[in-house]
Structures are given as structure tokens and as C-alpha cells.
Write a protein that binds this ligand. Structure first.
Ligand code: ADP
Ligand code: MG
Length: 285
């Protein structure tokens, strides 16, 4: 798998009045692999949003280097290409929609890129179908739910033929049903279109579904690994103020009570499977 974004010893300090500049991101070395679903977790203020903005040239590193498909984000000549390849969906679904009709909103990005009108039509329809919002193409965005608005925002990004989409807590302000819709849509885009996903979240059940998890703490990468590796490290979780995904909490409680669950128990599905196996072994089912 090749690398889509590479951070080489990256640090970032915000411009502030204070003499002592604290680093919001500190000496980060990180590779984002093409096609992966990468979750980024960490408590508030750990540097996740700053990191996200370094990924697509909204921020430029104070020190170190960020390469997007080999392009240095600090080179002014690359900014346009970097932003076209790496899109970002933010937290608030109401701040991201600019047009008064859904399909016009999705067309906004490609229009700005100077894509010919006939192709825009095709891209908008494709993108709306990909996020399951085609039937709503003529709706007024304010009539949509939070989850639907976020899916329209995603459509607007993929209509620009973006290679990578960053979600900065894009599920934090929407209800559980909308959250599931957004997550399912994102997983589908990742699997079926090969879009690289960087998913910043404070919901551990979302991180549990990623290929890889990066844990941020105090601006640095505290750990990275598969969800199984990261969530098995109880000392790390305690140190960085993270919890287990709910299914894993249930599994841990069952194990404490002597129920011998084997294998992965990070998601409701895998936890249920493990419980079923244990029940079978005990001759209960
Ligand atoms: P997270 O997204 O994990 O909550 P952030 O990247 O937003 O973390 O913040 C990292 C650190 O940078 C925090 O200490 C925060 O207070 C600081 N910070 C964030 N945005 C700004 C800003 N615009 N100006 C100054 N400091 C900031
Ligand atoms: Mg943030």
C-alpha cells in the first residue's frame, strides 16, 4: 500500500500573544496509507483538529514537512492541488452547506474547479447516489436531518474527485441514527471507491471499525495500531483518558464474571459472536 500523506517530524504552534508558544502538534511522524480507514482519537485539546488542518494545508508546519502525494504543503504552488486531493468535513452540519438546493451545493466544488457543465451534472448525480442522497437532490438543505446534511457535505467533496476525506468529529453533533448513516456511508466510500478516510472521533465504537487507530496525546502520537492492539493496551487508555468501545466494556465485564470470551469483542457483532461461541461451549445453545 503506498503512502498518500506523510508527516515528517511535524510541529505546529498557533500564533498567540504569549511569549512561550506551546506546540499544538509536536514532532509527529505519521504515514497515511492510500485506501486505509484511519481513526484518530484523543481527549479534547490533544491536537486532532490541528493535525487534520496540517493534512490539507489549512495549517503549514512550524517545523518539519507534510507531503501529500509527494507534494510539500508548504510550497504555495501545491496548495490548490493538495486541497483538491484531500477534502475535509467539519463538525457542524449547518456551517458547511452554501447553496439553497442540495444538488447546487454538491456542484459548488466542481464548479470552482472549472469542471465543464455536462461533467458537473454527472459528478453531482454520482456523488449523491454514492452517499444515498440522490432522492433528496432538489430538497432545501435546511429541511434535512444532521446526518443527511453531513452526507451532502461528503457528496460535495467526492464530486471534486478527492482521493482522501478527513472527518473532524463530523458525527459529534448529530443524533445516533444520523451517526450510523454517516459512518455506513463513509465505510462504503472507503471500501467501494477506495477513498482514503481519516476519521477523527471521540466515539470509540467508531474507532473500533477502522483499519488503524492513531491516539493523540498532548500534540504527539501516543500510539498507533489496529483497533485490537490499541484497545488491548489498558495502560495507554488510562494514560490518554480513553475508554473501551461499549461492546468491549460489556465483554470485559462478562470476562470479570468468569464468562470465557475468546477472540475479538470490539464491536457488537464480534462481541455477540464470542458470546455465542461461549454459550455453545457451555452447551447453553
Ligand atoms: P483537539 O481537536 O484534539 O481537541 P486541537 O487541535 O483543537 O485539539 O487543539 C490542540 C491545542 O491547540 C489545544 O491546546 C488548543 O487549546 C490549542 N488551539 C487550538 N486552536 C487554537 C487557536 N486557534 N489558537 C490558539 N491555540 C489553539
Ligand atoms: Mg478538535
Amino acid at each position: 500500500m503506498d503512502t498518500i500523506i506523510q508527516l515528517k517530524n511535524v510541529s505546529f504552534a498557533y500564533e498567540t500573544e504569549e511569549e512561550e508558544k506551546t506546540l499544538a502538534v509536536k514532532n509527529v511522524d505519521l504515514e497515511v496509507r492510500r485506501g486505509e480507514f484511519l481513526a484518530v482519537v484523543g481527549h479534547n485539546g490533544s491536537g486532532k483538529s490541528t493535525l487534520a488542518k496540517l493534512f490539507n494545508a489549512i495549517h503549514l508546519p512550524t517545523e518539519g514537512q507534510v507531503l501529500v502525494e509527494g507534494m510539500d504543503t508548504a510550497d504555495e504552488a501545491n496548495v490548490y492541488d493538495v486541497r483538491r486531493r484531500v477534502g475535509m468535513v467539519f463538525q457542524n452540519p449547518d456551517n458547511q452547506i452554501v447553496a439553497t438546493i442540495v444538488e447546487d451545493d454538491v456542484a459548488f466544488g466542481p464548479e470552482n474547479l472549472g469542471v465543464p457543465a455536462a461533467e458537473i451534472r454527472e459528478r453531482v448525480d454520482d456523488a449523491l447516489r454514492a452517499v444515498g442522497m440522490y432522492e433528496y437532490r432538489l430538497y432545501e438543505p435546511h429541511k434535512l436531518s444532521g446526518g443527511q446534511k453531513q452526507r451532502v457535505a461528503v457528496a460535495g467533496i467526492i464530486a471534486m474527485r478527492t482521493d482522501c476525506v478527513i472527518f473532524d468529529e463530523s458525527t459529534a453533533m448529530i443524533d445516533p441514527k444520523g451517526r450510523r448513516e454517516v459512518l455506513e456511508t463513509v465505510r462504503k466510500l472507503n471500501r467501494e471507491l477506495g477513498i482514503t478516510v481519516i476519521f477523527i472521533t471521540h466515539f470509540m465504537e467508531e474507532a473500533a471499525l477502522a483499519d488503524r487507530v492513531v491516539v493523540m496525546d498532548g500534540g504527539s502520537v501516543a500510539a498507533e495500531g489496529t483497533p485490537a492492539e490499541v484497545f488491548a493496551d489498558t495502560a495507554l487508555l488510562r494514560r490518554t483518558g480513553l475508554e473501551l468501545p461499549p461492546a468491549a466494556q460489556l465483554a470485559a465485564a462478562l470476562r470479570e464474571n468468569g464468562v470465557a470470551l475468546d477472540g475479538d469483542t470490539l464491536t457488537p457483532e464480534t462481541c455477540a459472536d464470542a458470546l455465542f461461541r461461549a454459550a455453545q461451549k457451555a452447551g447453553v445453545v
